[in-house]
Write a protein that binds this ligand. Structure first.
Ligand code: SAM
Length: 257
């Protein structure tokens, strides 16, 4: 019976849960979750009374990597008890989310069947809420701290999405974290590519139908002045497209005619 299924609960409270994810939760022997929204956790408890949250592994001042490692070990310990374990994470369980991927990887290494189901991520919601189509000019997604540290190469004529932009450089769980120094560094990097007046948007998806998402436009020069949290994603729209390459255009014409 031992099996691990990692599912996502998306962002819209309850409404984002797919029928398949709901069935997995209902059928599991044990459900471990990391959701952050008590309403969604309560809903999962009604689907399956075995629900236990992994929130307790977080602690102020504790490195997030240590919390994640303990969560993975906890999930694996349940799997080793020969249980059908469902791990439910908010958003898409495999997007900017270490725990789900690592638990699946280790379960498979131990010979236990393990799989992940797709779900709505923050990026899926921002495409919908902000009317953006990644097919128009491409879309680049980076983790904001990694974007700065590795000097990621990006194309400013394509949409840029920066995750964890409100917690740049935060290694420990810190409720009083000051986002401004990191936002200042990000501002410098972005202004060099887009100019001071280019308008970015701080985006926060809403969990409830009755509450609108946060869509706060801000000129890049003022980015450190706007509030950002652990749930903020920064969206930088593209500069005007560069002209099509004449050589490629000519070769395509030749091959397609
Ligand atoms: N697995 C999640 C997903 O599929 O969207 C992402 C988890 S990642 C650890 C946390 C980051 O997701 C945040 O720093 C932020 O960039 C984004 N995020 C979380 N909640 C959000 C929200 N309500 N609106 C927009 N972005 C959000």
């Amino acid at each position: 019976r031992a099996e691990l299924i990692v599912v996502g609960t998306g962002y819209r409270a309850v409404g984002d849960l797919t029928l398949e994810a709901k069935a997995c939760i209902e059928q599991a022997d044990v459900v471990l979750c990391l959701i952050g929204d008590p309403m969604v956790t309560g809903f999962l408890e009604r689907l399956n009374p075995s629900v236990r949250t992994l929130d307790g592994f977080y602690a102020a001042g504790k490195p997030r990597t240590a919390s994640y490692e303990e969560m993975v070990r906890d999930i694996l310990a349940e799997v080793r008890r020969d249980k059908l374990v469902c791990c439910a994470l908010y958003g898409h369980p495999g997007v900017f989310a270490y725990v789900g991927h690592e638990a699946v990887r280790r379960a498979r290494l131990e010979g236990t069947p393990a799989r992940m189901l797709a779900a709505s991520s923050a990026e899926d919601w921002l495409f919908a809420d902000m009317g953006l189509d990644p097919g128009t000019c491409g879309c680049q997604s980076f983790e904001a701290t990694d974007f700065l540290l590795r000097r990621r190469i990006f194309d400013p004529t394509s949409l840029l999405v920066l995750w964890q932009a409100g917690v740049i450089g935060m290694a420990d769980r810190d409720p009083g974290f000051d986002h401004r120094p990191g936002a200042g560094l990000l501002t410098e990097r972005l202004i060099a590519a887009y100019g001071r007046d280019h308008e970015a948007t701080v985006y926060e998806a809403s969990p409830y139908v009755v509450t609108p998402p946060r869509i706060s436009p801000v000129p890049l020069a003022k980015l450190p002045d706007v509030p950002m949290s652990a749930g903020s994603t920064l969206v930088v729209p593209p500069l005007p497209a560069r002209p099509a390459d004449p050589e490629v255009t000519a070769r395509l014409r030749a091959t397609c005619s």
